[in-house]
Write a protein of this length. Structure first.
Length: 655
């Protein structure tokens, strides 16, 4: 009996090689399904070269993931050199079951990745942790209504059965080594292990395979074809872990490659570093102008962050055929309506924290930091001026630990659907909480009671999957033309539910605005609303046919009573570029006199700055005017993002 059994080693590794080949076929099949599901108009002759290259790159990314996942089998195959029949059978049985389990997990992840794309139009990314940390019951309900769970499960069962038979056939055979020459057998063994290592690296160049290698052209969808959910999810885990490691201001500066906070201030404000003679807080905390009228007549301020209130949908609004605005239409025509405006992120909680305390990712509401108070909170200056500060959501106040986090951010009241239902016995609920109309009823009651001026932050939920609406809601016309339907990535039933929910939310907020305007409250209540993020359910935003900014664009509506306009025609400013960072610098300057506040944005109604200095920041996109200095804007954006996180970490450090 020979000490080294090259035949066993070769046979077992050939089984591994066949399994890898089968895995590549499965990955490629699912990638082709991905192409036809979401490709739309790119599936034409002009894009064949780019698509072909992307699919080839896709095999490289797939092979990298596959080889890493089967590395344990390569390791235990080394024991096949030992000439022991019982050991060989154990290794073969383990390899068979391990391959079945790993491949099944891969198929599940790739399917989840495609369903994730139907909502976010992206492979699995850091936003997937939002699903894991969200309202579990509501998320599961949305999954059940939005995704064909039963059909997917049946297909899984069929596919897993076929896979079991194929792998059983692979692992039930024995294969002979190509030669009886021991030296050649050694060479083949080393060569196989070496090629396996190169495959795991994905490249024979200086650098291993990276996300950058997925780029094959200008079309973002075609570039996405190269990647798979496993690779992007791995990067999301790494990104989240890296962010969570940054716990001090100095660590942040090091990561962002700044030598000092003074350099950040200089870049953000476009000033010479040598001229900085104050602490960074003296720069980011600024005061509004003194105004005797505001001191004596403080206005109410109502801000609504509306679920999935994206702007692109409004391009298809037709009052008679596809009414997407309802009662809101007359208001956006009368008042300020910024459309050159983007959300800060693509996730609700991320946008909420970004606006409320100027905090970029990662979120802190699910960490111990939620018990800290941040003077960068937009509620702080209002509370200092004697306002009653109120946070109300149509959902559960326990969502994302808001019941613990919000009261620490200088809000006098923080409540959600349970309180709204207790105060209004007629309030009806859906998966995510009360319908928007009952939230709006509550807001009106809050404004109409008490002697103090109110600052109300409201978060809506109705325009969210599974797009449930009150049974008594009488929808305005939602007629989807064939030409419009051809642009959708969703089926017609889902599209109609989505558009109707979008209409409902806009119509009901329009009714609230009209109710306020037609009452004495209309004379002293400023109303602002925007979307937490765009809606990704219908349109293929990665398509070249749609301008990139529309993937992130949300409108910003602003009603200002006449006596607070200072005889200025603010309509002249509504084409300025902006984002969530600019909302409260605008509102605070409209409402408060001689009050310090954290200002990391722009007052969109400022008469002191040219339009070229206004820009919008989304986590994935920068919106700026054509006549700006692009290099300067990008420098300011980097400094803004650093300052935002720096002040949060500095507050935590000083607790």
């Amino acid at each position: 009996m020979s000490l080294f059994n090259y035949r066993n080693f070769f046979s077992q590794n050939l089984k591994l090689l066949y399994t890898i080949g089968y895995s590549i076929i499965v990955f490629s099949l699912l990638r082709i399904i991905y192409v036809f599901r979401f490709g739309g108009e790119i599936l034409n002759y002009n894009h064949i070269p780019e698509i072909s290259l992307a699919l080839f790159n896709g095999i490289r990314f797939d092979l990298l993931i596959i080889l890493y996942s089967f590395l344990p089998l390569l390791a235990i195959n080394l024991f096949c050199f030992i000439d022991n029949l019982k050991l060989k059978k154990i290794i073969n049985s383990f390899s068979f079951f391990f391959s079945n389990i790993i491949l099944s997990l891969h198929i599940i992840i790739l399917t989840i990745d495609q369903q994730f794309y139907t909502y976010f139009q992206s492979h699995l990314n850091i936003l997937v942790f939002g699903f894991l940390e969200d309202d579990t019951t509501a998320v599961l309900h949305s999954m059940w209504t939005d995704h064909p769970i039963i059909i997917i499960t049946i297909l899984f069962i069929i596919f897993f059965f076929i896979q079991y038979l194929i792998l059983k056939k692979i692992f039930s055979k024995e294969y002979s080594s190509p030669t009886k020459n021991k030296i050649l057998n050694v060479v083949f063994s080393i060569l196989f292990i070496g090629l396996y290592g190169i495959g795991m690296r994905g490249s024979i160049g200086i650098f291993p395979l990276q996300v950058d290698n997925a780029t094959v052209g200008d079309n973002p969808f075609i570039n996405s074809l190269s990647l798979n959910g496993q690779f992007t999810f791995k990067n999301a885990i790494k990104e989240r872990a890296t962010e969570n490691k940054i716990t001090t201001p100095s660590a942040l500066l090091k990561k962002k490659k700044y030598n000092s906070i003074e350099q950040v201030i200089a870049d953000f404000y476009g000033i010479n570093k040598k001229s900085i003679n104050k602490g960074y807080k003296d720069y980011i905390y600024q005061k509004t102008k003194q105004d005797t009228f505001l001191e004596n007549n403080p206005p109410n301020v109502v801000f609504l962050m509306m679920e999935s209130f994206g702007y692109y949908y409004l391009k298809f609004h037709d009052k008679e055929q596809l009414n997407l605005l309802g009662a809101l239409e007359e208001n956006i025509n009368e008042d300020l309506f910024f459309t050159n405006f983007v959300s800060s992120t693509r996730g609700t909680i991320y946008s909420l924290e970004n606006i409320l305390i100027n905090n970029p990712q990662p979120i802190i509401s699910n960490s111990s930091a939620r018990f800290s108070s941040y003077k960068s909170s937009i509620a702080y200056p209002f509370q200092q001026k004697g306002y009653e500060t109120i946070f109300v959501t149509g959902g559960e106040i326990g969502w994302r630990n808001l019941f613990e986090w919000i009261p620490n951010q200088y809000f006098d009241k923080a409540y959600g659907s349970h309180t709204i239902k207790r105060n209004n016995k007629n309030a009806k609920t859906n998966t995510w909480g009360v319908y928007d109309e009952y939230l709006y009823d509550d807001i009106y009651k809050q404004l109409a009671t008490g002697d103090k001026p109110k600052m109300i932050w409201a978060l809506t939920t109705s325009n969210h999957t599974p797009y449930e609406l009150p049974e008594d809601y009488k929808s305005l016309p939602i007629n989807i033309s064939d030409s419009l339907y051809s642009e959708f990535i969703a089926d017609k039933e889902t599209a109609k539910r989505n558009l109707t929910a979008y209409q409902y939310s806009n119509n009901k907020i329009g009714e609230l605005i009209n109710k306020i305007k037609n009452s004495p409250l209309g004379e002293n209540t400023i109303i602002a609303l925007t979307g937490d993020h765009n809606s990704y359910a219908l349109f293929p935003y990665r398509s070249n046919a749609i301008e990139e900014k529309y993937r992130y664009t949300v409108p910003f509506y602003l009603y200002i009573p006449d006596k607070y306009k200072n005889s200025i025609n603010y309509k002249e400013f509504q084409n300025r570029a902006g984002s969530h960072k600019d909302i409260f610098p605008t509102l605070i300057n409209l409402a408060l006199s001689d009050q310090e506040y954290c200002n990391l944005g722009n007052n969109l109604l400022s008469t002191e700055k040219p339009d070229s200095l206004f820009y919008g920041i989304n986590e994935s996109f920068i919106l700026y005017p054509e006549n700006c200095n692009k290099k300067d804007i990008k420098k300011r954006v980097k400094a803004h993002n650093t300052l935002s996180k720096y002040q949060i970490l500095d507050t935590k450090k000083n607790k």
